[in-house]
Write a protein that binds this ligand. Structure first.
Ligand code: SF4
Length: 212
C-alpha cells in the first residue's frame, strides 16, 4: 500500500470511527491465520502500518439520518427485542414526517433511512410519506425484512428518484435457518422480493446488489 493510500485510509477512519472496528476485526482474522501465507502476512503488515489511533474528527454536521416511521413489525426475530419494547406500536403522522424532513434539509441532509426498529412496509400509506419526500427533493432508503414483495414495485415506479435504495435483511441462506431466526417469516417471500428487485433492475447498467 503506498503512503498516500495509507494516509487516505487513516483519514477515512478518523472521519468514520466505526471503520476502526472493521480494520481491527480484519487484523484479528489475519492474525488467526498465524502468518502461514505470504499474502496474509503482507496484508497484515499493510494494515499494521495504518494509523488507526488518530482522534476522531468532529464533523460539522451529521452525515446521514434515520427516521423511524413505525416501530411495528410483522416478525419476531430471535435476535431482536422489538417485541419486548414497552412503547406502543405506532405510525408516524405525515405532518411529523414532513417537519423532520424540513429540519433535516435545513441541516444540509437530503437523505434518510426510514428505519431503526420495526418494518417499514408495515406502514401502509408509505406513498403519502414518499410523496412528501419527493416534494422536498429528499431521498429515502428502505430497509425491509423481505416479507412485502408486492409493495416494492408500485412505490419504485411512482417515486423512482426518491426511492431507489432498498436494503434487505435476510439472516439465513436456507429456508430452515431463515425461518428459525426470522420467526414468522416466509422464505418464499424473500425469494419473491429478490425476484422483484432483479426484475426492476433488468437491463440497467450500474445496477448492483451488495451482500454484507
Ligand atoms: S424484522 Fe427487524 S424489527 Fe422485525 S423482529 Fe426482525 S429484526 Fe426486529
Amino acid at each position: 500500500m503506498n503512503v498516500s493510500l495509507r494516509q487516505s485510509v487513516s483519514h477515512q477512519i478518523r472521519k468514520y470511527p466505526y471503520l476502526r472496528y472493521i480494520l481491527k476485526t480484519a487484523k484479528r482474522k489475519l492474525d488467526e491465520k498465524k502468518y502461514g501465507d505470504l499474502y496474509y502476512r503482507n496484508t497484515l503488515q499493510e494494515l499494521n502500518d495504518i494509523n488507526i489511533d488518530l482522534i476522531p474528527r468532529k464533523l460539522k454536521r451529521p452525515q446521514g439520518s434515520l427516521i423511524e416511521i413505525t416501530n411495528a413489525c410483522n416478525l419476531n426475530c430471535l435476535m431482536c427485542n422489538t417485541k419486548l419494547s414497552t412503547r406502543p406500536a405506532s405510525l408516524m403522522l405525515p405532518e411529523v414526517f414532513e417537519r423532520i424532513i424540513k429540519q433535516l434539509k435545513v441541516s444540509g441532509i437530503n437523505t434518510a433511512g426510514l428505519h431503526t426498529v420495526g418494518e417499514t412496509f408495515v406502514y401502509k400509506d408509505l406513498d403519502i410519506l414518499l410523496g412528501i419526500a419527493e416534494k422536498h427533493n429528499f431521498r429515502v432508503w428502505i430497509s425491509t425484512n423481505a416479507q412485502f414483495p408486492e409493495c416494492i414495485e408500485p412505490l419504485f415506479r411512482k417515486f423512482p428518484k426518491t426511492f431507489n435504495d432498498l436494503r434487505i435483511s435476510i439472516d439465513g441462506a436456507t429456508r430452515k435457518t431463515f425461518e428459525e431466526i426470522r420467526v414468522g417469516g416466509s422464505f418464499d417471500k424473500v425469494i419473491e422480493t429478490l425476484d422483484v428487485v432483479k426484475k426492476l433492475n433488468e437491463g440497467k447498467k450500474f445496477f448492483k446488489i451488495d451482500v454484507s
